[in-house]
Design a binder for this molecule. Structure first.
Ligand SMILES: O=P(O)(O)OC[C@H]1O[C@](O)(CO)[C@@H](O)[C@@H]1O
Length: 773
């Protein structure tokens, strides 16, 4: 064996024809081929057949060499190269038109280059495969382009890298890691048990169904009288006090839910997540947002890379850059310090940072740290959002942070280009303006570079961080550290880490695992009691954006209809989440919560206020007034009001039916000391993991979002049509249904309200390339 040498090599073949040339017979369409490729071409190696068999087992486990060969295919599930989408057309740049002859000539040349290259690399790798201590040098990439393709390799001091000239993203990629001893391999996702059945077909599930009809006979009014029960339905961890006695459960329910968790192999799934297994099976990715808040001295090797080391490399970069901006060392193009930040992003690239920003804003220490600074978020593609963001700002003093994991999201890129135009319109059209005023957080570094952002000002994150789970990555770290200082952001990470420890401590009784308890209660309420919605009420104005963030975390994660294996679920999964801070929510939709549909509620409150205001002569402080409502609402929902109680109040008989509230409406209460950056991190992790627990029990993939992709594809068709009709007078295609056609026609009759001074690519006819102007 080669001992301490490890080589990681990725070859992405753009065309199936190329695969044929290499005789790659893929065992299944999406495979990273691992050693199969080498072994098929390995003649005369010194490997024993037992060793070959082991390598053929697709586990890519061998401590000497790791090789992956990807084939790009049409099926999205089958396209690992999707992780690095082709560079063309993003950032508004459009490819040059080529004649067919030019294109096929180029294609042929490129194919031959790839073929020669791949053969050469096979020989090199084969040599390393059989010769101990083979002095391998090279791989990717001295050039900025190839460094961008494999940014995570950029950090290892021991790497030897070399550019692959003429390669573009999506063509051929390779990387070697030389001389690092890697302690462990990425574990494979959990094997599917041979006796696999839908969770709803298990005895544990059926027992809960029966139990639900027993619970239906009990009212929370009675349940709350059992002091023993009430005291047993609570848990506490690191300053978070969870009271779930107002859930429609008994101690038996909880035992039955634990039995269901055992049957669903919840503990194994949590461990698989923690270890970096590819539990996001449809995208073949690990789910490691918890690594984003791991301690600096921790280590977690996933797919051959120590992800914690990478996390801290980026955090150090964030610290250094944010300090330079805050101190005024990094200045704008006209020499002014950058006091304002506009973070441009949408969905997970916006909601998390916005929630945390709001939570920090009135924390006394964070407030001090942010004095004189402004943070804004530009999310909606509605141009009005641009107007609102920029109207009070001076471009000369503004830094734009483009946040997009994919760097292909249409809304974000259009907003990014709009921001670039805004900067240029104020300070002149120069690369320098972009270099000094625009930075990016993305996992698609080549596209960021293509946009014109200095690669040194690009803060990467990785495909194992889902967008909605990315607030602890550079996505949140950069804008929030610039605004509040890096130490404040670190305290937020520490809070999240604390709850991660609780969640991953599956060796301890699950009764003390807050995310597990909350997740199981969520499953109970939806799948067994049939409550389709869930409301989140933080009694803290600073958490005003928390419900919106959790809405995405939960609904994008668990809004699914098939199990991990692709079987239809025959049970309800994924609640509708909404919420508002108390007491505002009470004066908005609480009427329905009290008298209309039953919606399980989460109440979040704090012992200390961020702003403890006491007005002389008032019977209680302002915070006490808030908390009086916090304590009252859960009981109002649980107990309701009977006709007898109304009569006892002397209400007229005709009014009584309108006054009766049924009660028996479940809620849980979370009480924490005070809302500071640490507690903000705790709450984030608690709710992230609650969602994961539910997904684990339901056996769905909580970490992909294919539904959203469909909407994006359709919007692309409409965009093309609007362009063609608006600028070239083309009729609306018959491909659209009558309703959409009529709506679009009506819309197009209106004025766009824009005058373009010079034509640019976006307005070219999509077929002829002709400019309308
Ligand atoms: O960060 P990106 O790649 O721009 O994506 C933004 C958001 O779009 C989605 O893919 C779908 O809305 C979210 O999951 C993600 O948070």
């Amino acid at each position: 064996m080669v001992g301490e040498t490890r080589i990681s090599f990725v070859l992405s073949l753009k065309k199936p024809a190329m695969a044929t040339a290499f005789d790659l017979r893929l065992p299944c369409p999406y495979l990273p081929l691992d050693f199969l490729f080498l072994l098929r071409h390995a003649r005369g190696t010194r490997l024993s057949s037992a060793a070959k068999e082991q390598l053929m087992a697709r586990t890519c486990v061998w401590n000497a060499i790791q090789v992956k060969v990807y084939q790009r295919v049409a099926d999205p599930l089958a396209a690992p190269s999707q992780l690095h989408p082709p560079a063309a057309r993003a950032g508004g740049e459009s490819p040059k038109k080529r004649t067919p002859v030019e294109s096929s000539l180029r294609g042929a040349v490129r194919n031959s280059v790839h073929l020669v290259f791949a053969c050469w690399e096979s020989v090199r790798l084969m040599s390393a495969f059989v010769v101990p201590g083979w002095p391998l040098r090279g791989g990717v990439a001295g050039s900025r382009r190839s460094r961008a393709l494999y940014p995570h390799h950029g950090s290892a001091g021991l790497l030897r890298r070399r550019a692959f000239p003429r390669c573009t993203a999506g063509d051929v990629r390779g990387s070697y890691t030389v001389g690092r001893r890697l302690p462990s391999e990425t574990p494979p996702p959990l094997p599917v048990p041979t006796d696999y059945v839908l969770i709803s077909e298990t005895a544990e599930w059926r027992r809960l169904v029966e139990h639900a009809s027993e619970i239906d006979r009990l009212h929370l009014r009675e349940l709350m009288q059992d002091v023993d029960r009430v005291r047993s339905l609570r848990a506490e961890y690191d300053g978070i006090y969870l009271d779930y006695s107002r859930q429609r459960v008994t101690k038996d329910t909880i035992e039955l839910l634990f039995a269901l968790a055992r049957r669903a192999r919840l503990v194994d799934k949590i461990r698989a997540m923690q270890s970096g297994a590819h539990i996001n099976v449809t995208e073949r990715r690990a789910v490691l947002h918890t690594a984003l808040r791991a301690e600096r001295n921790a280590s977690l090797v996933v797919d051959g890379t120590d992800v914690v080391r990478d996390v801290w490399r980026v955090l150090d970069h964030v610290r250094e850059f944010s300090e330079r901006v805050r101190s005024g060392e990094h200045r704008g193009a006209t020499g002014k310090p950058l006091r304002s930040v506009i973070a441009v992003g949408i969905g997970g690239s916006y909601l998390g940072p916005d929630f945390v920003h709001e939570a920090f804003r009135t924390d006394p220490e964070a407030f001090e740290a942010a004095r004189g600074r402004h943070l804004h978020f530009l999310s909606n593609v509605d141009p009005v959002d641009i107007k609102r963001c920029t109207q009070d700002l001076s471009a000369e003093e503004t830094l734009i942070v483009i946040v997009s994991k994919s760097f292909t999201t249409a809304e974000t890129l259009l907003n990014a280009r709009a921001m670039r135009e805004w900067l240029w319109s104020e300070m002149g059209r120069s690369d320098e303006v972009v270099r000094l005023h625009m930075v990016a957080c993305s996992s698609n570094v080549p596209m960021v570079e293509k946009f014109g952002i200095d690669p040194r000002n690009t803060f990467e994150f990785w495909d194992w961080v889902g967008g909605r789970y990315s607030v602890c990555s550079a996505v949140g770290a950069l804008p929030l550290s610039i605004q509040y200082g890096f130490p404040t952001f670190l305290r937020f990470l520490e809070g999240a880490r604390s709850v991660d420890a609780n969640f991953y401590d599956v060796a301890s009784p699950l009764a003390g695992n807050l995310p597990v308890i909350m997740g199981l209660l969520g499953v109970w309420n939806l799948s067994f009691l049939g409550y389709k919605s869930r409301a989140l009420h933080p009694y803290a104005e600073a958490l005003l954006k928390f419900p919106a963030h959790i809405q995405q975390v939960d609904m994008e994660s668990n809004g699914k209809h098939v199990t991990l294996r692709g079987d239809d679920v025959d049970y309800a999964v994924g609640e509708i989440d909404f919420g508002e801070p108390g007491t505002n929510g009470q004066h908005s939709f609480f009427q329905l919560l009290h008298m209309g549909q039953t919606v399980p509620c989460d109440f979040i409150g704090f012992i200390e206020s961020q702003y403890p205001l006491c007005i002389e002569g008032e019977p209680v402080s302002n915070a006490d007034e808030l908390m009086a409502n916090f304590f009252a609402q859960p009981d109002a929902l649980a107990y309701g009001k009977t006709a007898a109680e109304c009569r006892a109040e002397g209400r007229p008989e005709w009014l009584i039916p309108h006054l009766v509230t049924t009660g028996n409406r479940p809620s849980l209460t979370l009480l924490l000391q005070r809302l500071d950056p640490y507690a903000t991190g705790q709450l984030l992790a608690l709710y992230e993991h609650r969602t994961a627990v539910q997904g684990f029990i339901w056996d769905i993939n909580s970490f992909d979002q294919w539904g959203v992709e469909l909407g994006k594809v359709l919007a692309k068709r409409v965009r093309k049509q609007l362009n063609e009709s608006r600028y070239f007078g083309r009729p609306i295609s018959e491909e659209f249904n009558a309703s959409t056609r009529d709506l679009m026609e009506r819309y197009l009759r209106g004025q766009v309200g824009c005058v373009f001074n010079e034509p640019f690519d976006y307005h070219r006819d999509t077929d002829t390339g002709r400019s309308p102007l």
